[in-house]
Design a protein around this ligand. Structure first.
Ligand code: 26V
Length: 833
C-alpha cells in the first residue's frame, strides 16, 4: 500500500519479501514457467488458445519481471548510498524496439529463444509484432535513448524524465509520391514495457494569478492557479548491458484531476465534465512533429511545464528522503536540459524553493545554478525557442515574475562587468523585444546553467563564437563541448550481429563496453582473409535488407550495387536536394546519350526522411525524390544501373536494417548548420564510408578515420560565411556548370512530373533565387567527390580496407565515451556499484 494513502501505517514485512524479490528466470525451465504464468494471468489465455500478440505480451512481461527484480534492488542500494542522480530532462526519447535490447542486456536471448521453442513458438515471429515507441523526432530524441543506455551500462544513477505521448511521431505514407501522415497509435496493442504508478502522481497547475502575503513580517508570494491536471508516471526499465543494473525512464501522462471532475459533475454538467477530462488529457496526447521551427503553440508550453514540473517535484518528493536539507540539493542531483524544451524547469525550481520551501531568493538561485546544465542541439537561429511574454504570463504567471527577476539581476551583473553598454544589454537580455516581447529560453538556460555544452567540437566552437558569443565572453568557464555518441549495443551488437560476431572473434568480447578496442581491427585491415570475411558480412547485410524491404514495401535491393544512403529528417539545411541533383545528373547523362549506361557505377540510392507536416518545401522535396525514383527506375535506357528507393516511415527499426547494409553514408549539410549528426557515427561504425562536408561531427570522424577513408567536399564554415557576406548568387553557379544546368533544367521541364512544369518549379526557383543553404555552391565539389567515390569503389578490396579502418577508428563515438565526458566535466556523478 502506498505511503501517500496511509502515511501512518507501519510498512508490511515478511521474511520471503527480502530481495531478490522474485527469483529471476535464469534457466529455460524457469523462463517457461514465468512465460506461461504471464500468458495465463496477465493475458488471460491458455497457451493453445493464445495468438501471437498474446505471446509477445507475455514474453515481454517475462523479461520485464526479470528486470523488475533487479530494478528494485538497485533502487534500494542507490537510496542507501545517497548517490547523486543524473535527471535527464528530455521532451523526446526515440527508443526503438525494446525486446531484443532487453534480452541482450539481461543475457536472456538464448534462454528465451529455447523456452519459447519448447512452447512451440518461434521467437522471430514475435519480434516483428513489437511497435516501436516513436516518442521523438530525430537526432535529439535518439541521443537521449543512447545516453540512458550508456548510463545504465556504466552503473550511474539516472532517471530519464519525459512525456508518455499517446501518439508518437506520425507514421509516414506516400500517396502518389507525396507524404501523408497517419497517427501513430503505438499503445493500441498493449504496452508491456511500462507500468503506471498512479500513487506517485503529481498535480500540475496552470493559469491564475499571484499575490503577496505577510509571513511573520516577511513578504512572500503565492501562486493561485486556476486549473490543474494530474501527471501520472509510467516507469520503463533501462537495463545496463551485462551488469545487472536497471535504471528508470519515467514518462508522464496527463489525466484529469478528480477535483476538476467532481466540481463540474456536482454542478450536474456531465458533458462539461467529460470535456474537461479531454482537455486535461490533451497535454500528453501527441508529440509535436516539428524538429526545428518552434511554432510557439500554447499546448507545447503546457507539455513542457507539465513534464518538467512533475519531474522536479518527483525527484524532491519521492527520491529524496522527506527531511532532506534542500540547501544540499546539488549533492544529490543534476538536471540536464536536453535543449531548451525543459528550461521552464529553472523558474519552477526557484518557485518550489522560494514559495513552497520558504527559501530566500539568493540561496535558491545559488542552488538552482548548480542543479542545471544545458545542452544546445542546434545552430539554426529559428530553432532557438522563444515564448511570447503574454502567453507565458497567462499560463505561468509566477514563473514569468521569477524570470523577470532573474533577468534584472543578470543584467545588473552585465552592467557591472561591461558598463552601460545598451546594445550589449539589449542583446543579452533574457527578454527579447522584437518582433514581440518574448522569453529567450536558450539565454535563460545559459544564465541558469552550471555548464553549457554543444554536441560536437565545431558546434561548441560556433556556440562560443556566434550564437552565445556575449555569454561566452562573460562566463568563459561555463562553456564546454561534449561530442555526441551512439550506443554500440543497439547499433552494432543488435543491428549488425554478423559484424559483431566477426569483431568478437577477432578481438574478444570486451569491445561492446570499451569501444576503443576496435582499434585492434586496424592491423586486420591488412589481412586479405579478414577483408574477405568483412566483405561477406556487408553482402549478407544487403541481402537481409533486400528481404526486409521486399516484405515491407515490395522493392528489391540488388546486392551487387553500391548502396548509397541518406537517412535523416528532411530539412533544407541537410540538403537532400544536393543528393537529388547528383542522381538527376547521372540520369541526364544516360538519358541524353552522353554517357553509356554500362559506364555508370551501379548504385542504389536509399532515402529515409520524414518532413514536418507544416514544412511545405520539405514535403515538395519528398515528392520530387519519389518522382525522380519512378522515372529513373523505369527508364530502360538506365539498364537498371541506377535505382532510387525511398521506403516510407523511416524509423529506428528500419535504421537498424539499412545502416549495416550501406556502403556510402551521405552527410552533406551546409557547413556550420548540422550541430553534430549521429547517423554519421552509426554508418562509420558499421563500415560505410562517408561522403561529407566539414560540418558537425563529420569533422571529428574525418580526423579519426583519416582523409584517405573519407570523401570530403564543399565549403568550410568560414568559406560559407564569406560567400554569404559577399552576396551568394546561385545563378553564377548555374551558368558555370553544364551538368548542374542540365539537372535543374530537366526538373523544370516537367520530366519528373508528367510534363507539368508547375509541380517542382518552387523547388528549382528556391535553389536559384532564395536558398539560404547554398546547394548550388557546393554542387561541383560534390559531383567531383562522387567521382572519387566511383573510382574508389571500383577497387573492392581497397574499399573494404577503408571500411574496416572506419570501424576500427570510430570507437570514440560510443555514447559511453560521451557519458564519461559529461560525468567528468559537468555532472560529477560516480557510479553506484
Ligand atoms: C526543436 C523543436 C522545436 C519546436 C518543436 C519541437 C522541436 C523538437 C525538437 C527540436 C530540436 C531540434 C534540434 C535537434 O534535433 N538537433 C539535433 O540534435 C542531434 C543530437 O545532438 C544532433 O546530432 C543534430 O545535428 C541536431 O540537428
Amino acid at each position: 500500500m502506498s505511503d501517500i494513502v496511509n502515511p501512518g501505517a507501519a510498512r508490511p514485512t515478511h521474511p520471503l519479501a527480502l530481495a531478490p524479490v522474485v527469483s529471476p528466470p535464469s534457466s529455460v525451465d524457469g523462463f517457461v514457467k514465468q512465460f506461461l504464468t504471464n500468458l495465463n494471468f496477465d493475458q488471460g489465455v491458455s497457451l493453445s488458445e493464445s495468438d501471437a500478440n498474446d505471446q509477445y505480451l507475455a514474453l515481454a512481461g517475462t523479461v520485464r519481471d526479470y528486470l523488475m527484480a533487479r530494478w528494485l534492488e538497485d533502487q534500494a542500494r542507490q537510496n542507501e548510498q545517497q548517490s547523486k542522480t543524473v535527471c535527464y530532462l528530455s521532451a523526446e526519447y526515440l527508443l526503438g524496439r525494446q525486446l531484443d535490447n532487453n534480452l541482450l542486456a539481461a543475457r536472456l536471448t538464448d534462454i528465451a529463444t529455447d523456452a519459447l521453442a519448447q512452447c512451440g513458438i518461434d521467437i522471430n515471429d514475435l519480434r516483428e509484432l513489437e511497435v516501436e515507441p516513436g516518442l521523438g523526432n530525430g537526432g535529439l530524441g535518439r541521443l537521449a535513448a543512447c545516453f540512458i543506455d550508456s548510463l545504465a551500462t556504466m552503473s550511474v544513477p539516472n532517471i530519464g524524465y519525459g512525456i508518455r505521448y499517446e501518439y508518437g511521431i506520425f507514421r509516414q505514407t506516400f500517396v502518389d509520391g507525396e507524404q501523408v501522415e497517419q497517427p501513430d497509435a503505438w499503445l493500441r496493442m498493449g504496452s508491456p514495457w511500462d507500468f503506471p504508478h498512479p500513487e506517485a502522481a503529481q498535480t500540475i497547475s496552470f493559469g491564475g494569478r499571484t499575490e503577496t502575503y505577510d509571513d511573520n513580517g516577511t513578504e512572500r508570494t503565492r501562486w493561485i492557479p486556476d486549473w490543474s491536471v494530474l501527471a501520472v508516471p509510467y516507469n520503463m526499465m533501462v537495463p545496463g548491458y551485462h551488469n545487472g543494473r536497471v535504471n528508470t525512464l519515467r514518462l508522464w501522462r496527463a489525466v484529469a484531476t478528480n477535483a476538476f471532475d467532481l466540481r463540474i459533475f456536482n454542478s450536474g454538467d456531465y458533458e462539461e465534465s467529460v470535456r474537461a477530462q479531454t482537455f486535461a488529457e490533451n497535454i500528453s496526447k501527441v508529440l509535436y512533429p516539428e524538429d526545428s521551427t518552434p511554432q510557439g503553440k500554447e499546448l507545447r508550453l503546457q507539455q513542457q511545464y507539465f513534464f518538467v514540473s512533475a519531474s522536479i517535484r518527483d525527484f524532491i518528493d519521492t527520491v529524496l528522503p522527506a527531511d532532506y536539507d534542500l540547501t544540499k540539493l546539488p549533492d544529490r542531483v543534476i538536471f540536464q536540459l536536453n535543449d531548451t524544451h525543459p528550461v521552464i524547469g529553472v523558474p519552477e525550481l526557484m518557485r518550489v524553493l522560494i514559495d513552497e520551501k520558504g527559501m530566500e531568493w539568493d540561496d535558491a538561485w545559488a542552488i538552482t545554478q548548480q542543479c542545471f546544465a544545458y545542452t544546445c542541439h542546434t545552430l539554426l537561429p529559428e530553432a532557438l525557442e522563444v515564448w511570447p511574454v503574454d502567453l507565458l504570463g497567462r499560463l505561468l504567471p509566477r514563473h514569468l515574475e521569477i524570470i523577470y527577476r532573474i533577468n534584472e539581476e543578470f543584467l545588473e551583473e552585465v552592467r557591472e562587468r561591461f558598463g552601460d553598454d545598451m546594445l550589449r544589454i539589449r542583446n543579452m537580455s533574457i527578454i527579447g523585444e522584437h518582433p514581440y516581447r518574448s522569453v529567450r529560453m536558450a539565454y535563460l538556460a545559459t544564465v541558469a546553467g552550471a555548464k553549457v555544452n554543444g554536441v560536437a567540437e565545431l558546434h561548441s566552437q560556433l556556440l562560443r563564437d556566434k550564437v552565445l558569443h556575449d555569454f561566452a565572453e562573460m562566463y568563459p568557464d561555463k562553456f564546454t563541448n561534449v561530442t555526441n555518441g551512439i550506443t554500440p549495443r543497439r547499433f552494432i551488437r543488435l543491428a549488425n550481429p554478423s559484424l559483431a560476431e566477426l569483431i568478437t572473434e577477432a578481438l574478444g568480447a570486451g569491445w561492446t563496453i570499451d569501444l576503443e578496442r576496435l582499434r585492434g581491427l586496424e592491423a586486420l585491415a591488412e589481412d586479405p582473409e579478414f577483408r574477405e570475411r568483412f566483405g561477406a558480412v556487408k553482402a549478407a547485410n544487403k541481402r537481409r535488407l533486400n528481404e526486409v524491404l521486399f516484405q515491407r514495401d515490395g522493392v528489391h535491393v540488388d546486392e551487387t550495387h553500391m548502396l548509397d544512403v541518406m537517412v535523416k529528417r528532411l530539412h533544407e539545411y541537410k540538403r537532400q536536394m544536393l543528393k537529388v541533383l547528383h542522381i538527376v545528373t547521372l540520369y541526364d547523362g544516360i538519358a541524353s546519350g552522353r554517357v553509356a549506361a554500362a559506364d555508370v557505377t551501379p548504385r542504389t540510392f536509399i532515402f529515409g526522411a520524414k518532413a514536418a507536416p507544416g514544412y511545405a518545401m520539405a514535403k515538395r522535396i519528398i515528392h520530387l525524390i519519389n518522382a525522380v525514383g519512378s522515372v529513373v527506375n523505369n527508364d530502360p535506357r538506365v539498364e537498371g544501373r541506377l535505382k532510387v528507393i525511398f521506403p516510407p516511415n523511416y524509423n529506428v527499426t528500419l535504421a537498424e536494417k539499412v545502416i549495416p547494409a550501406a556502403d556510402l553514408s551521405e552527410q552533406i549539410s551546409l557547413a556550420g548548420k548540422e550541430a553534430s549528426g549521429t547517423g554519421n557515427m552509426k554508418f562509420a561504425l558499421n563500415g560505410a564510408l562517408t561522403i561529407g562536408t566539414d560540418d558537425g561531427a563529420n569533422v571529428e570522424i574525418r580526423q579519426l578515420v583519416g582523409d584517405d577513408n573519407f570523401f570530403l567536399f564543399g565549403m568550410t564554415e568560414p568559406e560559407v560565411e564569406v560567400l554569404w557576406a559577399q552576396g551568394y548568387t546561385p545563378a553564377d553557379f548555374y551558368q558555370a556548370h553544364a551538368g548542374l544546368r542540365g539537372a535543374l533544367d530537366l526538373i523544370s521541364s516537367g520530366a519528373f512530373s508528367e510534363g507539368d512544369r508547375s509541380v517542382f518549379e518552387p523547388v528549382v526557383s528556391n535553389l536559384l533565387y532564395d536558398d539560404r543553404f547554398m546547394v548550388l555552391a557546393d554542387y561541383a565539389s560534390y559531383i567531383a567527390a562522387q567521382e572519387r567515390v566511383d573510382a574508389a569503389y571500383a577497387d573492392q578490396d581497397a574499399w573494404t580496407k577503408s571500411a574496416i579502418l572506419n570501424v576500427a577508428r570510430s570507437g570514440f563515438f560510443s555514447s559511453d565515451r560521451s557519458m564519461r565526458d559529461y560525468i567528468d566535466r559537468i555532472w560529477h556523478t560516480p557510479p553506484v556499484l
